[in-house]
Design a protein around this ligand. Structure first.
Ligand code: FES
Ligand code: FES
Length: 170
């Protein structure tokens, strides 16, 4: 069968088998290997991508079900060669060791911060509770997400227009 969707902002049309999972479609047919496949039980969360801006485990979605929808993967976080603050946060705060869980963690983190710009530690831990990291003990992942949230706010403040000097209005 033929399926069409948008992946990281680009329209994609491919021939697929109806039983093909989205994780394998992204990795094997599109070469987007940033999305990892870590289990056969829908437990690890290494495969998290966005489907219409919502994080989903792409091993639980058929590629055919993504037809007509927008998919975003970790490769789509960077903009114009600039890392997303979530990606930078994982670098700054050592949020990874082997890196296997990292793409899924980043996709969940970005969606969380978009929804809640100042998430508490408990909120971050709850958001990533469906994902497993065997290396970090999660503490540095939480710090990375907090770094990204703070950096988002700083960037927004920099981008805000300067207030008009008092008495300048005509
Ligand atoms: Fe483990 Fe999807 S590959 S939850
Ligand atoms: Fe190794 Fe998370 S960094 S599984």
């Amino acid at each position: 069968m033929q399926v069409s969707m948008t992946v990281n902002g680009e329209p994609v049309t491919q021939e697929i088998e109806g039983r093909l999972l989205l994780v394998h479609f992204l990795r094997d047919q599109l070469g987007l290997t940033g999305t990892h496949w870590g289990c056969d039980t829908s437990n690890c969360g290494a495969c998290v991508v966005w489907l219409d801006n919502e994080p989903v485990k792409s091993c639980t979605v058929l590629a055919a079900m993504a037809g007509g929808h927008e998919v975003r993967t970790v490769e789509g976080l960077e903009k114009d060669g600039v890392l997303d603050p979530v990606q930078q946060g994982f670098i700054e705060c050592h949020g990874l060791q082997c890196g296997f869980c990292t793409p899924g963690m980043m996709m969940t983190a970005r969606a969380l911060i978009d929804r809640d710009p100042d998430p508490s530690e408990d909120t971050i831990r709850e958001a990533i509770s469906g994902q497993i990291c065997r290396c970090t003990g999660y503490t540095t992942i939480v710090r990375s997400v907090q770094w990204a949230a703070a950096h988002d706010k700083a960037t927004e403040a920099e981008a805000a227009p300067e207030p008009e000097p008092a008495g300048s209005a005509s």
